[in-house]
Design a protein around this ligand. Structure first.
Ligand SMILES: [Ca+2]
Length: 397
Protein backbone atom coordinates (compact mmCIF):
# COMPACT_ATOMS: atom_id res chain seq x y z
CA UNK A 1 0.00 0.00 0.00
CA UNK A 2 1.34 3.46 -0.89
CA UNK A 3 1.19 6.08 1.88
CA UNK A 4 0.08 9.60 0.84
CA UNK A 5 3.60 11.20 1.19
CA UNK A 6 5.16 8.54 -1.03
CA UNK A 7 2.34 9.01 -3.48
CA UNK A 8 3.08 12.75 -3.56
CA UNK A 9 6.80 12.16 -4.23
CA UNK A 10 6.03 9.79 -7.12
CA UNK A 11 3.54 12.32 -8.48
CA UNK A 12 6.17 15.12 -8.26
CA UNK A 13 8.89 12.96 -9.92
CA UNK A 14 6.52 12.01 -12.75
CA UNK A 15 5.65 15.69 -13.27
CA UNK A 16 9.40 16.59 -13.54
CA UNK A 17 10.13 13.72 -15.95
CA UNK A 18 7.19 14.45 -18.22
CA UNK A 19 7.97 18.20 -18.31
CA UNK A 20 11.67 17.52 -19.13
CA UNK A 21 10.69 15.08 -21.82
CA UNK A 22 8.24 17.53 -23.44
CA UNK A 23 10.61 20.59 -23.37
CA UNK A 24 13.88 18.69 -23.86
CA UNK A 25 15.24 20.22 -20.63
CA UNK A 26 18.01 18.51 -18.52
CA UNK A 27 16.52 16.85 -15.48
CA UNK A 28 19.00 18.24 -12.89
CA UNK A 29 18.51 21.86 -14.10
CA UNK A 30 14.80 21.54 -13.75
CA UNK A 31 15.19 20.13 -10.23
CA UNK A 32 17.46 23.11 -9.33
CA UNK A 33 14.90 25.50 -10.75
CA UNK A 34 12.12 23.72 -8.85
CA UNK A 35 14.17 23.90 -5.62
CA UNK A 36 14.79 27.67 -6.07
CA UNK A 37 11.13 28.28 -6.85
CA UNK A 38 10.21 26.46 -3.62
CA UNK A 39 12.69 28.61 -1.67
CA UNK A 40 11.31 31.85 -3.15
CA UNK A 41 7.75 30.75 -2.38
CA UNK A 42 8.67 30.00 1.24
CA UNK A 43 10.31 33.46 1.67
CA UNK A 44 7.36 35.12 0.01
CA UNK A 45 4.94 33.37 2.35
CA UNK A 46 6.92 34.75 5.33
CA UNK A 47 6.53 38.32 4.00
CA UNK A 48 2.86 37.74 3.21
CA UNK A 49 2.31 36.64 6.83
CA UNK A 50 4.23 39.69 8.07
CA UNK A 51 2.05 42.01 5.96
CA UNK A 52 -1.07 40.25 7.22
CA UNK A 53 -0.05 40.69 10.87
CA UNK A 54 0.83 44.37 10.33
CA UNK A 55 -2.52 44.98 8.69
CA UNK A 56 -4.22 43.29 11.66
CA UNK A 57 -2.31 45.59 14.04
CA UNK A 58 -3.26 48.67 12.03
CA UNK A 59 -6.92 47.65 12.13
CA UNK A 60 -6.61 47.14 15.88
CA UNK A 61 -5.04 50.58 16.37
CA UNK A 62 -7.74 52.15 14.27
CA UNK A 63 -10.33 50.47 16.52
CA UNK A 64 -8.64 51.60 19.77
CA UNK A 65 -8.50 55.17 18.47
CA UNK A 66 -12.25 54.99 18.34
CA UNK A 67 -12.44 54.17 22.07
CA UNK A 68 -13.87 56.87 24.35
CA UNK A 69 -11.07 58.92 25.88
CA UNK A 70 -11.33 60.45 29.37
CA UNK A 71 -11.40 64.25 29.67
CA UNK A 72 -7.97 65.89 29.96
CA UNK A 73 -7.99 68.24 32.93
CA UNK A 74 -5.21 70.39 34.41
CA UNK A 75 -4.63 72.52 37.54
CA UNK A 76 -2.34 75.50 37.33
CA UNK A 77 -1.33 77.31 40.52
CA UNK A 78 -1.03 81.01 39.81
CA UNK A 79 1.99 82.50 41.53
CA UNK A 80 5.45 83.75 40.93
CA UNK A 81 6.76 81.34 43.61
CA UNK A 82 6.45 77.64 44.12
CA UNK A 83 6.19 77.97 47.92
CA UNK A 84 3.71 80.00 49.90
CA UNK A 85 3.54 81.33 53.42
CA UNK A 86 0.57 80.05 55.37
CA UNK A 87 -2.21 82.66 55.31
CA UNK A 88 -1.49 83.79 51.74
CA UNK A 89 -4.45 83.37 49.39
CA UNK A 90 -3.81 80.87 46.64
CA UNK A 91 -5.30 81.02 43.12
CA UNK A 92 -5.69 78.07 40.79
CA UNK A 93 -6.82 77.74 37.18
CA UNK A 94 -8.59 74.61 36.02
CA UNK A 95 -8.87 73.73 32.34
CA UNK A 96 -10.58 70.68 30.91
CA UNK A 97 -10.60 69.44 27.32
CA UNK A 98 -13.03 66.82 26.05
CA UNK A 99 -12.16 64.71 22.99
CA UNK A 100 -15.23 62.50 23.13
CA UNK A 101 -18.64 62.89 24.67
CA UNK A 102 -20.17 65.92 26.35
CA UNK A 103 -18.60 67.82 29.25
CA UNK A 104 -20.53 67.65 32.51
CA UNK A 105 -18.41 69.20 35.30
CA UNK A 106 -14.95 69.54 36.84
CA UNK A 107 -14.56 69.32 40.60
CA UNK A 108 -11.59 70.67 42.57
CA UNK A 109 -10.36 68.84 45.68
CA UNK A 110 -7.89 69.96 48.34
CA UNK A 111 -6.30 67.14 50.38
CA UNK A 112 -9.16 64.85 49.36
CA UNK A 113 -11.95 67.28 50.32
CA UNK A 114 -14.15 68.88 47.67
CA UNK A 115 -13.60 72.65 47.35
CA UNK A 116 -15.78 73.62 44.39
CA UNK A 117 -17.13 72.32 41.09
CA UNK A 118 -17.98 74.07 37.84
CA UNK A 119 -20.01 73.20 34.77
CA UNK A 120 -17.63 75.34 32.72
CA UNK A 121 -14.56 73.53 31.39
CA UNK A 122 -12.36 76.48 32.37
CA UNK A 123 -12.59 78.29 35.68
CA UNK A 124 -10.38 79.84 38.34
CA UNK A 125 -10.67 79.65 42.11
CA UNK A 126 -9.02 81.43 45.00
CA UNK A 127 -8.90 80.05 48.53
CA UNK A 128 -7.53 81.08 51.89
CA UNK A 129 -4.69 79.06 53.46
CA UNK A 130 -4.78 80.49 56.98
CA UNK A 131 -6.72 77.51 58.40
CA UNK A 132 -4.51 74.89 56.77
CA UNK A 133 -1.50 73.16 58.32
CA UNK A 134 2.00 74.08 57.25
CA UNK A 135 3.61 71.57 54.88
CA UNK A 136 2.61 69.90 51.64
CA UNK A 137 -0.96 69.99 50.30
CA UNK A 138 -2.47 68.21 47.32
CA UNK A 139 -4.94 69.49 44.71
CA UNK A 140 -6.95 67.24 42.40
CA UNK A 141 -9.19 68.17 39.48
CA UNK A 142 -11.76 65.54 38.57
CA UNK A 143 -13.52 66.07 35.22
CA UNK A 144 -16.61 64.09 34.19
CA UNK A 145 -18.48 63.70 30.91
CA UNK A 146 -22.20 63.03 30.64
CA UNK A 147 -21.31 59.41 29.89
CA UNK A 148 -19.63 59.19 33.29
CA UNK A 149 -16.10 59.03 31.82
CA UNK A 150 -13.67 60.48 34.36
CA UNK A 151 -10.32 62.22 33.92
CA UNK A 152 -8.20 63.54 36.78
CA UNK A 153 -5.05 65.55 37.41
CA UNK A 154 -2.96 66.50 40.44
CA UNK A 155 -0.83 69.35 41.70
CA UNK A 156 0.76 70.19 45.05
CA UNK A 157 1.97 73.21 46.97
CA UNK A 158 3.93 73.87 50.13
CA UNK A 159 2.88 76.17 52.94
CA UNK A 160 5.79 77.59 54.93
CA UNK A 161 5.46 78.84 58.48
CA UNK A 162 4.48 82.46 59.07
CA UNK A 163 6.58 82.58 62.25
CA UNK A 164 10.09 83.86 62.60
CA UNK A 165 11.43 81.51 65.31
CA UNK A 166 12.87 83.04 68.43
CA UNK A 167 16.62 82.44 68.77
CA UNK A 168 17.89 81.13 72.10
CA UNK A 169 21.31 80.21 73.42
CA UNK A 170 22.33 78.22 76.51
CA UNK A 171 24.36 78.19 79.69
CA UNK A 172 25.99 75.07 81.15
CA UNK A 173 24.78 74.46 84.71
CA UNK A 174 26.57 71.19 85.45
CA UNK A 175 28.63 68.61 83.60
CA UNK A 176 28.32 64.85 84.13
CA UNK A 177 30.35 61.96 82.73
CA UNK A 178 28.87 60.11 79.76
CA UNK A 179 30.02 56.70 78.54
CA UNK A 180 31.93 57.22 75.29
CA UNK A 181 30.67 53.83 74.04
CA UNK A 182 27.07 55.00 74.20
CA UNK A 183 25.71 55.83 70.75
CA UNK A 184 22.88 57.87 72.30
CA UNK A 185 19.54 57.64 70.51
CA UNK A 186 17.05 58.29 73.31
CA UNK A 187 17.20 60.15 76.62
CA UNK A 188 14.45 60.61 79.20
CA UNK A 189 14.08 61.21 82.95
CA UNK A 190 11.51 59.62 85.25
CA UNK A 191 11.35 59.53 89.07
CA UNK A 192 14.96 60.60 89.59
CA UNK A 193 16.43 58.20 87.02
CA UNK A 194 17.94 58.94 83.65
CA UNK A 195 17.00 56.40 80.97
CA UNK A 196 19.22 56.18 77.93
CA UNK A 197 18.61 54.13 74.78
CA UNK A 198 21.65 53.47 72.59
CA UNK A 199 22.06 52.33 69.00
CA UNK A 200 24.25 50.35 66.59
CA UNK A 201 23.68 46.67 65.79
CA UNK A 202 25.38 44.52 68.38
CA UNK A 203 25.67 47.23 71.04
CA UNK A 204 22.14 48.63 71.38
CA UNK A 205 20.94 48.78 74.97
CA UNK A 206 18.86 50.59 77.58
CA UNK A 207 20.50 52.05 80.68
CA UNK A 208 18.97 53.33 83.91
CA UNK A 209 21.14 55.77 85.86
CA UNK A 210 20.50 57.25 89.31
CA UNK A 211 20.58 61.03 88.90
CA UNK A 212 21.86 61.66 92.45
CA UNK A 213 24.64 59.06 92.60
CA UNK A 214 25.17 58.86 88.81
CA UNK A 215 25.43 55.07 89.13
CA UNK A 216 24.07 52.77 86.45
CA UNK A 217 21.33 50.82 88.23
CA UNK A 218 20.18 48.59 85.41
CA UNK A 219 20.98 47.82 81.83
CA UNK A 220 19.45 45.65 79.14
CA UNK A 221 21.14 44.64 75.89
CA UNK A 222 19.01 44.30 72.77
CA UNK A 223 19.29 41.34 70.44
CA UNK A 224 22.23 41.91 68.02
CA UNK A 225 19.92 42.26 65.03
CA UNK A 226 18.31 45.44 66.41
CA UNK A 227 19.60 48.99 66.14
CA UNK A 228 17.98 50.74 69.10
CA UNK A 229 16.55 54.23 68.56
CA UNK A 230 14.36 56.68 70.51
CA UNK A 231 12.87 55.82 73.91
CA UNK A 232 10.01 57.29 75.93
CA UNK A 233 8.25 56.45 79.19
CA UNK A 234 4.46 56.42 79.56
CA UNK A 235 2.31 54.75 82.25
CA UNK A 236 5.27 52.91 83.78
CA UNK A 237 6.23 51.41 80.44
CA UNK A 238 9.33 52.11 78.38
CA UNK A 239 8.76 52.33 74.63
CA UNK A 240 11.67 51.95 72.26
CA UNK A 241 11.97 52.27 68.47
CA UNK A 242 14.36 50.42 66.21
CA UNK A 243 16.10 52.00 63.23
CA UNK A 244 15.21 50.09 60.04
CA UNK A 245 13.44 46.97 61.36
CA UNK A 246 10.12 48.85 61.79
CA UNK A 247 9.59 47.28 65.22
CA UNK A 248 8.95 49.05 68.49
CA UNK A 249 9.28 47.39 71.92
CA UNK A 250 7.23 48.00 75.06
CA UNK A 251 8.98 47.06 78.30
CA UNK A 252 8.15 47.17 81.97
CA UNK A 253 9.93 50.29 83.28
CA UNK A 254 11.22 48.55 86.41
CA UNK A 255 12.26 45.15 85.06
CA UNK A 256 12.80 45.96 81.34
CA UNK A 257 10.83 42.75 80.67
CA UNK A 258 9.22 42.77 77.23
CA UNK A 259 5.46 43.38 77.39
CA UNK A 260 4.79 43.56 73.68
CA UNK A 261 6.21 44.75 70.37
CA UNK A 262 4.55 46.60 67.53
CA UNK A 263 5.10 47.19 63.84
CA UNK A 264 5.25 50.76 62.53
CA UNK A 265 4.75 51.84 58.92
CA UNK A 266 7.46 54.53 58.89
CA UNK A 267 10.45 53.20 56.98
CA UNK A 268 12.80 54.24 59.77
CA UNK A 269 12.49 54.87 63.50
CA UNK A 270 14.45 57.82 64.91
CA UNK A 271 13.28 59.85 67.94
CA UNK A 272 10.45 59.10 70.37
CA UNK A 273 8.55 61.08 73.02
CA UNK A 274 4.96 61.36 74.27
CA UNK A 275 2.48 64.05 75.23
CA UNK A 276 0.95 62.04 78.09
CA UNK A 277 -1.44 60.24 75.73
CA UNK A 278 0.15 59.59 72.35
CA UNK A 279 3.56 58.40 71.34
CA UNK A 280 5.23 60.89 69.01
CA UNK A 281 7.92 59.58 66.69
CA UNK A 282 10.33 61.04 64.14
CA UNK A 283 11.65 59.07 61.18
CA UNK A 284 14.41 61.21 59.68
CA UNK A 285 12.03 63.18 57.48
CA UNK A 286 10.17 66.40 58.29
CA UNK A 287 7.21 64.43 59.66
CA UNK A 288 6.24 63.68 63.25
CA UNK A 289 3.79 60.79 63.67
CA UNK A 290 1.34 60.65 66.60
CA UNK A 291 0.60 57.05 67.59
CA UNK A 292 -1.98 55.56 69.95
CA UNK A 293 0.06 54.06 72.83
CA UNK A 294 -2.45 51.23 73.33
CA UNK A 295 -3.18 49.89 69.86
CA UNK A 296 -0.35 51.67 67.97
CA UNK A 297 -2.70 53.07 65.34
CA UNK A 298 -1.41 56.18 63.59
CA UNK A 299 -3.54 59.10 64.79
CA UNK A 300 -2.10 62.00 62.79
CA UNK A 301 1.03 63.46 61.31
CA UNK A 302 2.46 66.96 61.35
CA UNK A 303 5.02 68.35 58.98
CA UNK A 304 7.70 70.47 60.67
CA UNK A 305 8.22 73.82 58.92
CA UNK A 306 9.97 77.09 59.51
CA UNK A 307 9.71 80.29 57.49
CA UNK A 308 11.82 78.80 54.70
CA UNK A 309 9.98 75.50 54.23
CA UNK A 310 10.10 71.96 55.61
CA UNK A 311 12.75 71.02 58.19
CA UNK A 312 14.01 67.47 57.69
CA UNK A 313 16.21 65.19 59.82
CA UNK A 314 14.13 65.62 62.95
CA UNK A 315 15.87 63.34 65.44
CA UNK A 316 15.75 62.88 69.24
CA UNK A 317 12.64 64.34 70.84
CA UNK A 318 11.45 65.62 74.20
CA UNK A 319 8.02 66.92 75.15
CA UNK A 320 8.56 70.02 77.31
CA UNK A 321 5.70 72.19 78.57
CA UNK A 322 3.41 71.63 75.60
CA UNK A 323 6.10 71.85 72.91
CA UNK A 324 8.11 69.19 71.14
CA UNK A 325 11.83 69.79 71.33
CA UNK A 326 13.89 68.13 68.61
CA UNK A 327 17.52 67.69 67.68
CA UNK A 328 18.13 68.40 64.01
CA UNK A 329 20.47 65.63 62.94
CA UNK A 330 24.07 66.65 62.10
CA UNK A 331 23.58 70.11 63.57
CA UNK A 332 23.97 71.69 67.01
CA UNK A 333 20.45 73.02 66.69
CA UNK A 334 17.47 72.10 68.85
CA UNK A 335 14.07 73.37 67.70
CA UNK A 336 10.84 73.86 69.63
CA UNK A 337 7.83 72.68 67.62
CA UNK A 338 4.15 73.45 68.11
CA UNK A 339 2.57 69.95 68.23
CA UNK A 340 -0.72 71.23 66.79
CA UNK A 341 0.62 73.05 63.75
CA UNK A 342 4.14 71.77 63.12
CA UNK A 343 5.49 75.33 63.14
CA UNK A 344 8.91 75.92 64.67
CA UNK A 345 8.47 78.37 67.54
CA UNK A 346 12.08 78.73 68.65
CA UNK A 347 15.60 77.59 67.83
CA UNK A 348 18.28 76.88 70.42
CA UNK A 349 21.87 77.02 69.25
CA UNK A 350 23.83 74.45 71.28
CA UNK A 351 27.05 75.03 69.36
CA UNK A 352 30.26 74.87 71.39
CA UNK A 353 28.98 72.50 74.09
CA UNK A 354 31.77 69.97 73.63
CA UNK A 355 34.50 72.56 73.22
CA UNK A 356 33.80 73.58 76.80
CA UNK A 357 35.23 70.28 78.05
CA UNK A 358 38.37 68.26 77.41
CA UNK A 359 37.75 65.64 74.76
CA UNK A 360 40.29 62.84 74.37
CA UNK A 361 41.44 63.13 70.75
CA UNK A 362 41.37 59.30 70.57
CA UNK A 363 37.60 59.38 71.09
CA UNK A 364 35.66 59.86 67.90
CA UNK A 365 32.58 61.74 68.98
CA UNK A 366 29.45 61.85 66.86
CA UNK A 367 26.62 64.41 66.64
CA UNK A 368 24.58 66.09 69.35
CA UNK A 369 21.67 63.78 70.17
CA UNK A 370 19.70 63.42 73.37
CA UNK A 371 17.41 65.79 75.23
CA UNK A 372 15.89 64.89 78.61
CA UNK A 373 13.63 67.06 80.74
CA UNK A 374 13.07 66.42 84.42
CA UNK A 375 9.45 67.45 85.02
CA UNK A 376 10.05 67.35 88.80
CA UNK A 377 12.96 69.82 88.82
CA UNK A 378 12.52 71.57 85.42
CA UNK A 379 16.12 70.69 84.58
CA UNK A 380 17.21 70.07 80.98
CA UNK A 381 19.94 67.58 80.08
CA UNK A 382 21.61 67.16 76.69
CA UNK A 383 24.35 64.94 75.29
CA UNK A 384 25.53 63.41 72.01
CA UNK A 385 26.46 60.11 70.42
CA UNK A 386 29.74 58.82 71.94
CA UNK A 387 30.15 62.09 73.82
CA UNK A 388 32.31 61.97 76.98
CA UNK A 389 29.98 64.37 78.80
CA UNK A 390 26.32 64.99 79.49
CA UNK A 391 25.30 68.55 80.29
CA UNK A 392 22.62 70.11 82.41
CA UNK A 393 21.85 73.37 80.62
CA UNK A 394 19.74 76.45 81.09
CA UNK A 395 18.16 78.14 78.10
CA UNK A 396 19.15 81.78 77.67
CA UNK A 397 16.39 83.82 76.04
CA1 LIG B 1 14.22 62.58 74.86
Amino acid sequence: MIVPREAMLIKQASFVNITCFLFNFPNYKFELLWFNLNLIMRKLSFFILLILFSTFDLINCANSAKRVRPPVTSIKIISKNSNYTIGEPLSVEIKTKIKDGTFRKTELFLDGKSLIFSEKPEFSYQFDTKNLQVGTHYLKSLATTNDGIIGENFNEFLLKSDLNPQKFSYKIVKTYPHNTDHFTEGLEIKNGYLYEGTGQEGSSAIYKTDLSSWKTMKEFKLNDQYFGEGITILNNKLYQLTYKTQIGFVRDLNTFDLIKSWYFKNEQGWGLTNDGECLIMSDGTQFLTFIDSQNFNEIRKIEVCDQYGVVKNINELEYINGLIWANIWTTDKVVEIDPKTGKIIAEIDLGGLLSSVMVNPKNSVDVLNGIAYDHATNKIYVTGKLWPKLFEIEIVK
